[in-house]
Design a protein around this ligand. Structure first.
Ligand SMILES: [Zn+2]
Length: 133
């Protein structure tokens, strides 16, 4: 539980890298080896997704996984990225009263937690509301 969902501190991972199918142009995130639509006929190329999306739904989490107790309560949202894929991400820097379905968010990278005595720090993506101008 936990760790595999979070990315290590590797600069190349500070982006949303998915794949794009050369056959149907669908963008897949997280990356896959085979396009679920085209099977083997689709050739997949790495694709950098735009770090923008909107809130499809959200829920407030009051019970944290072990090691993440300091985070609660927090807002977990399903974000539809501009490029199409949907991701689950914590909505950060705002109160549950401030977030609404359809709000625009940007995807940012934030420290998610620290592990053990080596102090390995894990980063993951979170969503932050874009203030309406
Ligand atoms: Zn395809």
């Amino acid at each position: 539980m936990g760790v595999p969902r979070f990315w290590r501190e590797i600069p190349s991972r500070y982006n949303l890298i998915g794949v794009k199918c050369g056959n149907c142009n669908k963008i897949l995130f997280p990356p896959r080896f085979i396009c679920p639509h085209c099977r083997r006929t689709g050739k997949l190329e790495p694709y950098k997704l735009k770090p923008k999306g909107k809130v499809l739904s959200y829920t407030v989490i009051h019970v944290a996984a072990q090691g993440f107790e300091r985070m609660v309560p927090y807002i977990l949202g399903i974000i539809e990225l501009e490029d199409g894929p949907r991701i689950m991400a914590q909505i950060t820097d705002c109160d549950e009263k401030e977030i609404n379905i359809g709000d625009e968010v940007e995807i940012i990278f934030r420290k998610m937690g620290e592990e053990g005595k080596e102090g390995v720090i894990y980063y993951g993506f979170k969503a932050r509301k874009i203030p309406k101008s």
